[in-house]
Design a protein around this ligand. Structure first.
Ligand code: PHE
Length: 430
């Protein structure tokens, strides 16, 4: 069985001896290489598919979103194993985009990775002939550990194409006017930005007016969805729902936007979107169409709507969690108990050659402690003025979601973390 594998260039040589020749993912064996970095704890999440588990809060939210788009294709059975080509190149990501690095993404090997976003399926879904669709799936990103970050989360991608003809654009103009009228009657305040601007340009080959009509439709559709999800919920009172649109950049859309919602006193970013890059449609063999796409994070929205305080709860099998949710209902989560936390520090010298990315440390802790780790913070870093050696100190907060951990158990887990840190990264404990 695979233990944790590291992929930082600097550590590669050091760890290549620890790497097994193959990696078993859901019953299929894949050859490993120097890029391989998926820990067993992540592989074990692949078959779970929370977004398809009956009455799971993420599945309920998916159904709710789907109910807002009844005439779209609703897709949800795509495997998370994709080629880097599909995740990045097909979507016009530049070669030096940081998302490609093994510190940010999980690689089975250099030819296969875990998708980092649902946009990875845009080309194949357009190629299959779908013109309006929603796709829900699990996505994987190496990240820090705290109450709102988990290396596996779920996204819904949505897209709609229109004929790039004068008559279709006339129809779209009318549709947009209807959408706008409907929203005017609602208790919502929208801070908008121009559909197209110097810093958020229309694509070469698009008529400006077409791009503006498509953008306006995208904004109208998403404002309608957001109102449906957040409007009039508990804690909102009579206050209007506030939504703001912000210019953004994605390699596969232009113009591009992010959307934030003001909920219980804070602005929360919930989605990215834009006008689909024509290159994506060209690759998919779609001609004479123009369209929009969006991608939203389900956990983020579910945590807000259900008042779920910690992202690990979505993975809980505790009936005290799961029994609180029913399909078609958004109820406020009632925390059943908060168990004590246990903080443990680890300080160490880094080896002369070889580094340790924060995501490496987080993956290691997650692999040993599973969901018993609540957060990880770097509390100290310095370089010794004489020896030039670097020292790091991390504080790990262990806390179970459903029981009290004994000090003995926490000590054993922490010892295992320290021992793997020493063996796999060659650090010297201080
Ligand atoms: N895939 C983007 C992300 O994960 C979101 C997005 C989807 C942006 C579709 C534009 C269009 O951040």
């Amino acid at each position: 069985m695979l233990t944790l594998l590291r992929c930082r260039c600097s550590s590669r040589l050091f760890y290549s001896t620890l790497r097994p020749a193959t990696l078993d993912v859901c019953g299929t064996s894949y050859p490993t290489d120097t890029l391989t970095n998926v820990p067993a704890s992540i592989i074990s999440k692949i078959p779970l598919r929370l977004h398809t588990q009956p009455s799971h809060p993420l599945a309920n939210l998916r159904s709710l979103i789907e109910s807002h788009y009844p005439d779209f294709s609703h897709l949800s059975s795509f495997s998370p194993l994709v080629t880097p080509f599909k995740n990045f190149d097909e979507l016009s990501f530049p070669l030096d985009h940081p998302g490609r690095s093994a510190t940010d993404s999980y690689y089975i090997n250099k030819d296969l990775m875990l998708r980092t976003h649902t946009s990875a399926h845009e080309v194949e879904v357009f190629r299959a002939g779908h013109e309006k669709w929603l796709l829900t799936a699990d996505v994987y990103r190496r990240d820090e550990i705290d109450a709102s970050h988990y290396p596996v989360f779920h996204q819904v991608e949505g897209a709609k194409l229109f004929d790039a003809t004068p008559s279709a654009m006339d129809a779209l103009r009318e549709e947009n006017a209807v959408l706008e009228k409907r929203l005017e009657a609602e208790n919502i305040v929208i801070e908008d930005v121009p559909h197209v601007s110097g810093t958020n340009p229309v694509q070469e080959g698009h008529e400006r007016e077409h791009a503006e009509l498509v953008t306006k439709n995208l904004k109208g559709e998403l404002n309608r969805l957001i109102l449906g999800l957040f409007g009039g919920r508990e804690g909102q009172g009579e206050e209007p729902l506030r939504v703001r649109w912000i210019e953004a950049y994605f390699p596969f859309t232009s113009p591009s936007f992010e959307v934030e919602v003001f909920f219980r006193g804070k602005w929360l970013e919930i989605l990215g979107c834009g006008v689909v890059r024509q290159a994506t449609l060209d690759t998919a063999g779609v001609q004479n169409k123009i369209g929009w796409a969006f991608g939203l994070g389900l956990e983020r929205i579910a945590m807000i709507l259900y008042s779920i305080p910690d992202i690990r709860l979505f993975w809980s099998t505790d009936p005290r969690f799961l029994s609180q949710f029913k399909e078609g209902e958004i109820a406020t989560f009632k925390p059943y108990s908060k168990y004590p936390s246990c903080f443990k520090d680890v300080s160490f010298w880094l080896p002369q050659q070889g580094g340790l990315h924060e995501n490496d440390f987080c993956d290691l802790v997650r692999d040993v402690a599973g969901d018993l780790v609540e957060d990880v913070k770097k509390i100290d870093a310095f370089v010794h003025p004489k020896t030039g050696k670097s020292s790091l100190c991390y504080r790990v907060n262990y806390r179970s979601m459903d029981r009290s951990l004994s000090n003995e158990e926490t000590n054993d887990i922490h010892k295992a973390v320290v021992s793997r840190l020493t063996n796999e990264f060659g650090v010297e404990i201080r």
